[in-house]
Design a protein around this ligand. Structure first.
Ligand SMILES: Cc1ncc(C[n+]2csc(CCOP(=O)(O)OP(=O)(O)O)c2C)c(N)n1
Ligand SMILES: [Mg+2]
Length: 280
């Protein structure tokens, strides 16, 4: 029995790619010998961001675009928790885009799963930062007029230490990538293509299957120039796998003024009083 499974009503549409991401995460955590009470799952708002409700673990479902600052707060207080952020493309690259930039450059020790369905799913299919130029959506009837961002290329340019791309239908590879991300020391980002069966009629299961390719067997994920080259590939050659991985000191390792995690410091009411009186 997988302790991360939870018997709860699920509001995702039948056939949604989110189910495979949830299952892969539960399986990967259990395979890695991590317990639910050691795990913290943080999200923003959206369909993807409902995931913390569907898994048996500590969770925080916050504000749209604000998953990363909330996650950093948790991590700074208690870096011993296995931290996972799970949110949508809109939440992460749109409303949360500024947080994304600064989170990556800090190399926070956590796994970031971005459910990239290339639309704003919860609000019924408006174009998101990853919707293709020209694509007709429920709002952009005449087609998107903006260029999409390339999340994996953006992460690489910001100095990310682990950048991967997955497809929710390739379940075994997705689970392996999640395990690799869980074991990475530093910020691990997986942008996961996730079909939205209700509101994205372009990027369907058939479309992703026809337009994605595994990285070559002899691919070297420590080569940044190669990663940048592959990250720029477009359909039908969108690459799946670990594009780049390198080890660097992570954020909490650089907080040398802290002798121990913040939650282990004893706080007395008079400490707070002292702060209030001396920092007006
Ligand atoms: C600040 C703010 N802006 C907009 C919204 C409305 N809103 C809620 S969810 C959402 C779209 C979520 O899209 P995405 O993050 O891609 O997740 P998905 O639903 O596609 O999984 C929007 C625009 C909001 N709740 N808060
Ligand atoms: Mg989305």
């Amino acid at each position: 029995m997988n302790p991360f499974k939870k018997d709860v009503k699920n509001a995702w549409c039948p056939g949604c790619g989110n189910f495979a991401i949830l299952n892969a995460l539960q399986a990967a955590l259990h395979d890695e010998g991590i317990a639910p009470h050691e795990t913290m799952i943080v999200s923003g708002i959206g369909q993807a961001a409902k995931l913390p409700h569907y898994i048996s673990a500590n969770g925080y479902n916050g504000l749209h675009g604000r998953s990363l600052p909330a996650a950093l707060g948790v991590h700074a207080a208690n870096p011993k928790l296995k931290l996972i952020v799970t949110s949508g493309d809109g939440d992460t690259y749109g409303e949360g885009g500024n947080h994304f930039i600064h989170h990556v450059r800090r190399n926070i020790n956590m796994l970031h799963l971005v459910h990239d369905n290339q639309v704003y799913g919860l609000t019924k299919g408006q174009g998101s930062p990853t919707t293709a130029m020209g694509q007709v959506t429920t709002l952009q009837k005449d087609g998107m007029k903006s260029m999409p961002i390339n999340p994996v290329l953006l992460a690489l340019s910001l100095g990310a230490t682990f950048v991967a791309r997955a497809y929710s239908q390739n379940i075994d590879q997705l689970k392996d990538l999640i395990k690799a991300g869980l074991n990475h020391k530093g910020y691990a980002m997986i942008d996961i293509f996730q079909p939205c069966v209700s509101f994205n009629k372009v990027n369907t299961y058939q479309w992703y299957s026809a337009n994605t390719k595994p990285l070559p067997d002899d691919y070297d994920p420590s080569n940044l120039a190669l990663a940048i080259e592959y990250a720029q590939k477009e359909a039908p050659d969108l690459p799946l796998g670990i594009l780049y991985q390198v080890e660097k000191p992570h954020f909490m390792e650089r907080q040398t003024h802290l002798e121990k995690p913040i939650i282990e410091y004893e706080r007395k009411p008079q400490d707070i009083q002292h702060l209030l009186e001396n920092h007006r």
